[in-house]
Ligand binder design. Structure first.
Ligand code: PLP
Length: 397
């Protein structure tokens, strides 16, 4: 009944866990949610007010498919201020969130026979963005003890004449890893001879780095025509529900994505676009404050995790996730004698025993890991991680 296209994509694993948590809550069970992929803060007041102003002043109609001229100007201003990047409005397209930007760019660029390189562990949506176009995702290993930078030998082995794209995500979901300048330079060097390969830099966590300032990949190669920068208002301004993201890069690609949007979503939400102008060009102290809180929480979640035996976790430099390795506990048995065979089994065991919601590494291409989000209160982090420790102690070998 349905097209091949729809069979090629899987439901989002992270959203599945969110609904499991909601189910537990409805049943009045205690829930400690470490699965969330969004800031737990409200959208800052001045941004909310800009949206209310837009409603009261009639900005409630269709806009150009790729976003308003004013918002594109605001994006350019932001990219210059925060990332030292110079773009013109015709090099910007605004979409309904960063996910929409990434999806649309894949639709515009990839098709059957193409190969797209994705680094493992990957954000759950990357392989699906690629497979739905008919292209093939090609997975490249990374080094978990070095912020999940690429395994360059593996990368070189996997590049073929069919390689059409490569997706970089630093800071990363799920690992929180932030690549060093050396790693970025090395990668750009490898692709110097391949202007036919589109380099995607998904920078939706760009404002959340803790140990060193973030550098947008485009600053390393400002004139590269095949490098696309993807950013979003979602995580930076606690605006996940407003759905505003954007691409900065090649004019022709931007035009093609705008055309696709014109014939699909028509345009991003007009009110959210007004809110985004305020977010990007207004007072930025909310970003500084949220980052400070995430930094403290990152240190707290690591401190608690290090108390658990046989769980290893590198210190990630960004985003709001840690991605500990639970290899020791895979193939153990619960009290009923049931074998824990995968990280999904372990994640479910933890949920059943403790009410702590996590996301298993299986869905990120990392079967020994579980993702913990620290976009929640200090109390929830401390209690939840300590509950995970107690549940693991009950496993038999
Ligand atoms: C790595 C990564 N890229 C892109 C996105 C898209 O976010 P949004 O569509 O809300 O901008 C997310 C959201 O979870 C993400 O984790």
């Amino acid at each position: 009944m349905f097209s091949d296209r729809i069979h090629r994509i899987k439901p989002s694993a992270t959203l599945e866990m969110t609904s499991k948590a909601a189910e537990l809550k409805r049943a009045n069970k205690p829930v400690y949610n470490l699965s969330v992929g969004e800031p737990d803060f409200s959208t800052p007041n001045h941004i909310q007010k800009a949206a209310i102003w837009a409603i009261n002043n009639g900005h409630t109609k269709y806009t150009p498919g790729g976003g308003t001229a004013e918002l594109k100007e605001a994006v350019c201003e932001k990219l210059y201020r925060d990332n030292q990047l110079t773009f013109n409005p015709e090099e910007i397209v605004v979409s309904c969130g960063g996910k929409h930007s990434l999806y649309n760019a894949c639709q515009v660029l990839f098709q059957k026979e193409d190969e797209v390189i994705i680094f493992k562990p990957y954000w759950v949506s990357f392989p699906d963005f690629v497979t739905v176009t008919g292209a093939k995702p090609v997975f490249v290993n990374t080094n978990p003890s070095k912020q999940n930078e690429p395994d360059f030998d593996d990368l070189i082995r996997k590049i073929t004449k069919n390689t059409k794209g490569i997706i970089i995500n630093s800071p990363s979901n799920p690992t929180g890893g932030v690549w060093s300048d050396e790693a970025i330079n090395k990668l750009l060097d490898i692709f110097k001879k391949r202007p036919d390969v589109w380099i995607f830099s998904d920078e939706c966590y760009e404002q959340l780095t803790y140990d060193k300032p973030f550098k947008s990949i485009a600053t390393f190669a400002p004139h590269l025509k095949n490098l696309l920068t993807f950013q979003s208002c979602s995580k930076t301004y606690a605006m996940t529900g407003w759905r505003i993201g954007y691409i900065a890069g090649n004019k022709d690609l931007v035009k093609a994505v705008s055309k696709l949007q014109g014939q699909s979503t028509s345009c991003p939400n007009s009110i959210a676009q007004y809110a985004a102008i305020e977010a990007l060009t207004g007072d930025q102290s909310c970003v500084v404050n949220m980052k400070k809180i995430f930094h403290t929480r990152r240190d707290l979640v690591l401190k608690e995790l290090y108390k658990i035996s046989h769980v290893t976790c590198e210190k990630p430099n960004g985003a709001f996730y840690v991605f500990p390795n639970f290899k020791h506990y895979i193939n153990s048995f619960d009290s009923s004698g049931k074998k824990i065979q995968t990280s999904s089994d372990l994640s479910l065991y933890i949920l059943d025993q403790t009410g702590v919601v996590t996301v298993a590494g299986d869905s990120f291409g990392a079967p020994e890991n579980i993702r913990l989000s620290y976009a929640t209160s200090n109390e929830t982090i401390s209690t939840a991680v300590s509950l995970i420790g107690s549940a693991l102690k009950k496993l038999d070998f």
